[in-house]
Ligand binder design. Sequence first.
Ligand SMILES: CC(=O)SCCNC(=O)CCNC(=O)[C@H](O)C(C)(C)COP(=O)(O)OP(=O)(O)OC[C@H]1O[C@@H](n2cnc3c(N)ncnc32)[C@H](O)[C@@H]1OP(=O)(O)O
Ligand SMILES: O=C([O-])CC(=O)C(=O)O
Ligand SMILES: [Mg+2]
Length: 291
Amino acid sequence: MQQTKLRRAMMFMPGNNPAMLQSAGIYGADTVIFDLEDAVAITEKDAARHLVHNAIKQLRYPCEVAVRINHIQTPFGLDDLRVVLPAKPDLIRLPKAETAEDIQEIDRIITKAEQEQGFPAGCIRMMAAIETAKGLMNAYQIATASPRMVALAIGGEDFIADLRTSRSKEGHELFVARSQLVLAARAAGLMVIDSVFTDANDEVTFIAETKMIKQLGFDGKSVINPRQIRIVQEIFTPTEKEILHAERVLAAYKEALERKSGVIALDGKMIDTPIVTRAERVLAYAAAVRR
Ligand SMILES: CC(=O)SCCNC(=O)CCNC(=O)[C@H](O)C(C)(C)COP(=O)(O)OP(=O)(O)OC[C@H]1O[C@@H](n2cnc3c(N)ncnc32)[C@H](O)[C@@H]1OP(=O)(O)O
Ligand SMILES: O=C([O-])CC(=O)C(=O)O
Ligand SMILES: [Mg+2]
């Protein structure tokens, strides 16, 4: 069985904050994202990319390390790549992705850097954040533009600005975009990550939003604060009840196959192949969490 990769909570931090870079690994995030884009003032861009380079090179992070570069059409994106790639981050996150060409250009730059540095080909992966209506219209092309692509994310704050509306607690304004993004990512065989929730003190709304995006099909959520990590991880981790049920489904299905039947009832409910697939996924996910 393929190993389940966990990207439940991907935590952003400003790339020019040495204290945060230093302690980034201690909070248990599945991925840390060192930001060079919107959390870093223009006057700090140069210092931030060098700080991020040194942090990745010198500190041992116990999790996946991603860098959110500036878009390559800005005056900063190419310099971000030039400075951070030799440090060998696990993942480059492109914000405000709008076309497949954006991804292909970064892919070429990464390929060259991997060759120059003697890194294994393909070791630096990519993900793209969709933050505009145009990006959403091109989401599948973006997702399939490079074999380095592992995930799509939605950048809800910018997306809402692009839609010319405002953020509601229920998130109605993002509903269609979130669902379309899940479809585009799944059609491309990628993971899909939800947007940040910017009020780290509003736990009630954060929990409701995280449960909702899990139900829509997301694999995880970008977060901005260590207090949000555990909440997301708990919601995405199968409960004992779910694990037990999955085990019973597999046992019932095995019994059905032994009787040369493809379908069986468990507690009055029909069990057949898609239900078995979902049960296997629950167990694989639970195993990945335990590892
Ligand atoms: C729309 C977008 O583009 S979102 C992506 C870009 N934004 C970001 O990267 C912002 C990331 N988050 C932050 O900077 C901060 O969490 C803020 C500004 C939102 C809140 O900061 P605070 O009020 O200081 O948070 P809080 O009091 O919970 O911090 C507690 C501890 O966690 C640390 N911490 C807080 N957020 C983070 C983080 N994202 N990463 C690492 N450490 C963090 C603080 O430094 C503090 O450490 P200390 O106890 O050793 O001093
Ligand atoms: O990508 C994210 O989750 C954060 C972000 O930039 C946005 O919401 O605009
Ligand atoms: Mg954004």
